[in-house]
Design a protein around this ligand. Structure first.
Ligand SMILES: C[S@@+](CC[C@H](N)C(=O)[O-])C[C@H]1O[C@@H](n2cnc3c(N)ncnc32)[C@H](O)[C@@H]1O
Length: 291
């Protein structure tokens, strides 16, 4: 990028071409997201201001973003932002980037819960950026939510996000290892919702560079077979679920057989079903606790 006179449009065209030649996915939208971030505006502003000249300091900041993107860093870590459930969330490399398919989890919980019950208690295990807990708190104004994580950095960010969306007073953030974070919480929750790490150790090295080299492995890896956290959650969730409470858990599309077997073998659930995501892939386990 030379020091000629750049406008928004010229810069977008140049970057799109540069990203394309360097195999950066979705080159035009990636360029737009980064330029809007540098200008502290939204993408619509770019369309309405194609002829706007760029300042030297803006060019320098944009150049730094392009360099990071070219190195494989996801846009969301560069901009520090991602939308989930139409809510802008702050992000850092300490947390997983919330995925659209995780919204299926939120939808399934909302469908299950009787919205007329104002006193529902929900446990979000492994909250990361707080995406699931915050979306549920926004949809269920009287719900009380406990959100846990092993990572202190994740919990701090989740708490910031909860404040941003005015639900921090109804979400209790607790650091700890799975259910050990909430000792004495027997049969308290109507819903346990979780998007646990479920990728096997071997599969981690096969992930796209953007995920493998930038997203936190403790948020992704579920042990040698990808089922370590899943196994533990299926076994232990009934101890904290109230009568007729339910476990909602995200899983890998290829884990249906193993997950179903774990649910059946536990003999702790009276029925279960697997819910598909927007790509028609198996994605969410819903299992109702047995009496
Ligand atoms: C796949 S990420 C999900 C994050 C967020 N819920 C979402 O859907 O975007 C899994 C989360 O579980 C947390 N985690 C991993 N192992 C844990 C454990 N043993 N106890 C509590 N949290 C754990 C990770 O730190 C990470 O934030």
């Amino acid at each position: 990028m030379s020091e000629e006179s750049w406008t928004v449009l010229k810069l977008l065209q140049w970057t799109t071409d540069y990203f394309q030649r360097n195999n950066v996915p979705e080159p035009r939208s990636s360029a737009e997201v980064l330029l809007a971030h540098v200008l502290a505006e939204d993408r619509l502003f770019l369309y309405l201001n194609y002829d706007r000249p760029m300042e030297t300091n803006e060019l320098a900041a944009y150049r730094a973003c392009i360099k990071r993107r070219l190195g494989g860093e996801p846009n969301q870590y560069i901009t520090g932002l991602q939308e989930f459930w139409s809510l802008p969330l702050r992000l850092s490399p300490d947390v997983l980037i919330p995925r659209p398919e995780t919204e299926v989890l939120v939808e399934a919980v909302l469908e299950f819960l009787d919205k007329a019950d104002p006193n529902v208690d929900i446990l979000d295990l492994g909250t990361g950026s707080g995406a699931i807990a915050i979306a549920l708190a926004r949809e269920l104004p009287a719900a009380r939510i406990v959100a846990t994580d092993l990572s202190m950095a994740a919990l701090q960010l989740a708490q910031e996000n909860a404040k941003l969306h005015h639900v921090d007073e109804r979400i209790l953030f607790i650091r700890g290892d799975m259910f050990a974070a909430i000792p004495g919480a027997s049969q308290k929750f109507k819903v346990v919702v979780t998007n646990p790490p479920y990728i096997s150790h071997a599969e981690i090295s096969e992930l796209p560079r953007e995920i493998r080299d930038f997203e936190p492995h403790h948020a992704l890896e579920g042990g040698p077979d990808g089922l370590a956290a899943i196994r533990h959650i299926i076994a232990e969730a009934p101890t904290v679920l109230c009568q007729a409470g339910a476990l909602f858990m995200e899983m890998g599309a290829d884990q249906t057989e193993s997950v179903s077997a774990l649910v059946i073998d536990s003999q702790r659930y009276e029925n279960y079903r697997i819910i598909k995501d927007y790509s028609s892939l198996d994605r969410v386990l819903m299992a109702i606790k047995a009496e």
